[in-house]
Design a protein around this ligand. Structure first.
Ligand SMILES: [Zn+2]
Length: 431
């Protein structure tokens, strides 16, 4: 890891703020229940079932799938680390949670009830922040793109407005990045929402029409104060539970990779999530009652600790073997999923150092500068006595021109500073 590339942001711990948001029950997640969708999912699971019946060796070879993430953070101009402009640390705490939960390295895995320990499984899926932006430049903050928006009193996002207005304008190539939008408000079916996900698209699979358009909305959406873990990062917006340990994104990632809720059919006779190792249940669960048994015929209690139920964050701690098989199958067959695991938007060890290119050099009249690093940047031009002759902050592009008209001939030093504090020096000869 190259230390200089991280945006280090230290902020004081603030006592719990009085949140103005209502205490209305929040909806953990959401997806469409249209008949069309039902049909689509049944086709999909038919297909997955066929694949599952093939004696695959994938289960023993333990290939680790790695998925690059880009978080699009929408804020109101607060400093980084305040309010909606959440810190990189808060985001990285979320990635840590995902990696723990999907590798069954979560510290609470020992809390899984004894009757479910044998079906609890390591998904062999990992997540990492993208290093490069969509143009191939180094991101100032790994995995993060920030957007300032205007606050409109009374406005709130809905899944419809997000899918129609925000996502298509900001999405990065969904075959190279898993897009995650972080927003301040969310209404799902007129209720306070936390997050929602888009299921795997089925284009190209037998029996299905192409799903044009869905690529523009693919990914996850989560509210800024339900992202990350209060166990890992001390930020005021995560102080209030029960959805403050990062399990919302674990749950949504499950949907993104094709999982359903175990209670999906609200039936004690139908396997709601097509996974026989999650006991039948006819109800979703809130809070954390480990002994509840909704279907008397099941040999075990209801598996309320499953990440795909609605229980409190501290109460969830497992995916099952069947769920793991389905998610891994999606990563092998589904469009905009299978490409992600071979994306080259940057593993940390591949990140090159920022480079500044000057041309022409020696220069007369003007010199063009190109930096292989995403904005923002600033630069300072010093003469051979070390005096600053020109200084510019907040450049809006990683390509700019320095005007040399009227500057004495001689040797100059150009110092370019990146937003993460990295500094690059280049000699410039003015003739
Ligand atoms: Zn859900």
């Amino acid at each position: 890891m190259k230390r200089g590339y991280w945006l280090i942001c230290i902020f004081p711990y603030l006592p719990t703020l009085a949140f103005s948001q209502s205490f209305e029950e929040e909806v953990r997640c959401h997806f469409y229940f249209s008949p069309e969708w039902r049909q689509k999912m049944s086709y999909f699971f038919d297909h997955v079932k066929k694949l599952d019946s093939i004696p695959a060796n994938a289960r023993t070879e333990q290939v680790i799938y790695r998925i690059p993430l880009i978080f699009h953070v929408f804020h109101y101009g607060e400093p980084i680390g305040v309010g909606t402009n959440i810190s990189a640390e808060q985001i990285y705490s979320q990635i840590e949670v995902l990696n723990e939960d999907f590798r069954r390295l979560n510290p609470d895995r020992n809390q899984t009830l004894p009757e479910f320990q044998s079906v609890a499984a390591d998904a062999g899926i990992e997540f990492y922040p993208a290093v490069f932006d969509s143009a191939g430049r180094l991101l100032p903050e790994r995995g993060i793109r920030r957007y300032r928006i205007e606050r409109i009193p009374g406005f709130f996002w809905t899944n419809e407005t997000l899918d129609r207005d925000l996502k298509p304008r900001t999405i990065w190539d969904p075959t190279r990045y898993l897009n995650i939008w972080v927003i301040d408000s969310l209404r799902l079916n007129n209720r306070v929402g936390i997050a929602y996900a888009q299921f795997p698209d089925l284009s190209g699979l037998a029996g299905l029409a192409p799903q044009g358009g869905l690529a523009l909305t693919d990914g996850l959406v989560v509210r800024y104060n339900r992202l990350g873990s209060f166990n890992k990062v001390n930020v005021p917006q995560l102080a209030r539970g029960p959805y403050n340990l990062g399990r919302t994104l674990t749950h949504e990632m499950g949907h993104f990779l094709g999982l359903l809720h175990p209670f999906e059919q609200y039936s004690c006779n139908i396997d709601g999530d097509f996974c026989p190792d999650t006991p039948f249940t006819n109800a979703e669960n809130f809070r954390c009652n480990l002994n509840v048994r909704y279907c008397p015929n099941t040999p075990t209690p209801t598996m309320i600790q499953n990440f795909m139920d609605f229980t409190d964050d501290f109460c969830m701690n497992l995916f099952t073997q069947c769920q793991v098989q389905r998610m891994r199958r999606v990563l092998e067959v589904s469009p905009r999923r299978k490409e992600l695991v071979t994306s080259t938007v940057g593993l940390p060890e591949e990140a090159p150092r920022p480079v500044v290119r000057l041309y022409p050099n020696p220069a007369e009249g003007a010199c063009k500068v190109e930096v292989n690093y995403a904005q923002p940047l600033s630069y300072r031009l010093c003469d051979n006595l070390g005096r600053t002759v020109e200084q510019v902050e907040n450049l809006t592009s990683n390509q700019f021109t320095i005007c040399l008209e009227g500057k004495p001939k001689g040797l100059y030093l150009l110092q370019v500073t990146t937003s993460s504090g990295g500094m690059i020096l280049q000699r410039l000869v003015v003739q």
